[in-house]
Design a protein around this ligand. Structure first.
Ligand code: PRP
Ligand code: URA
Length: 221
């Protein structure tokens, strides 16, 4: 929780809890997992969009009075690039693109090597827009377990000139081990999550978690 990472936002939402329980259920089949997962990703996407640097505290006039809260800044912020950690991150990326079309898109293909005990993250491919070094990056991946994949992706972003001050990481489920690993290297990166689970098991899967997000969504279990 807050003690695991200094810049963590856990989305407080009954809708997230409700949909998450459906995703967690081991009897939920791929077709329902896709429908529920897509609904969930839209909620998470909205939570990220209202926390971009271009959103500030402001005031609007209603027909009957005045109200304050988060509003779009009158001065435009840096361009936004949504970067997915392929494959599961693509699901979240597409949800954000439906909500807010027009952001530039980056892809980083990283897979955990499940044959090794420590499940290291292996980088296979990257394609990032040329102006990424001037962009605010929304990095997306539903799961943060050991944090190996997220850390490798952030290294790629840094190698391409992105300041970690300009990265926000959006995920659905994380765990103390992953948050602590991120806090050690990147305490400045704002993490938005749907839930902080208990721990990792001996296979480095999140407990209780939901299993392998990509396998369950794409039916490749
Ligand atoms: C999953 C998940 C993250 C990573 C998290 O991807 O989507 O990318 O594992 O684990 P970590 O924090 O221990 O690195 P996976 O490698 O299974 O690929 P997939 O998206 O194709 O299923
Ligand atoms: N990747 C997943 O999809 N789930 C986990 O619990 C760990 C890694």
């Amino acid at each position: 929780m807050a003690q695991d990472h200094p810049n963590l936002t856990v989305v407080e939402s009954r809708a997230v809890s409700y949909l998450l329980l459906k995703l967690r259920n081991k009897d939920t089949k791929a077709d329902e997992f896709q429908r529920i997962g897509d609904r969930m990703m839209r909620i998470l996407g909205e939570e990220a969009l209202c926390r971009l640097p271009s959103v500030v505290e402001g005031e609007v006039q209603t027909p009957c009075g005045t109200v304050t809260g988060p509003v779009d800044s009158p001065t435009p912020g840096p361009p936004v690039c949504i970067v997915s950690i392929v494959r599961s991150g693509d699901i979240l990326q597409e949800a954000v693109r439906v909500l807010s079309p027009g952001f530039s898109v980056g892809k980083i293909l990283i897979q955990r090597d499940e044959s090794r005990e420590d499940k290291p993250a292996v980088l296979y491919y990257k394609k990032l827009p040329k102006n990424i070094n001037q962009s605010f990056v929304l990095l997306v991946d539903p799961m943060l377990a050991t944090a190996g994949s997220a850390i490798r992706a952030i290294q790629v972003l840094k190698e391409n000139g992105v300041s970690t001050q300009n990265i926000m990481f959006l995920n659905l489920i994380c765990c103390p081990e992953g948050l602590q690993a991120m806090a050690k290297l990147f305490p400045e990166i704002h993490i938005i999550t749907g839930c902080v689970d208990s721990h990792l098991n001996e296979d480095k899967y999140i407990v209780p978690g939901l299993g392998d997000y990509g396998d369950r969504y794409y039916g490749t279990e």
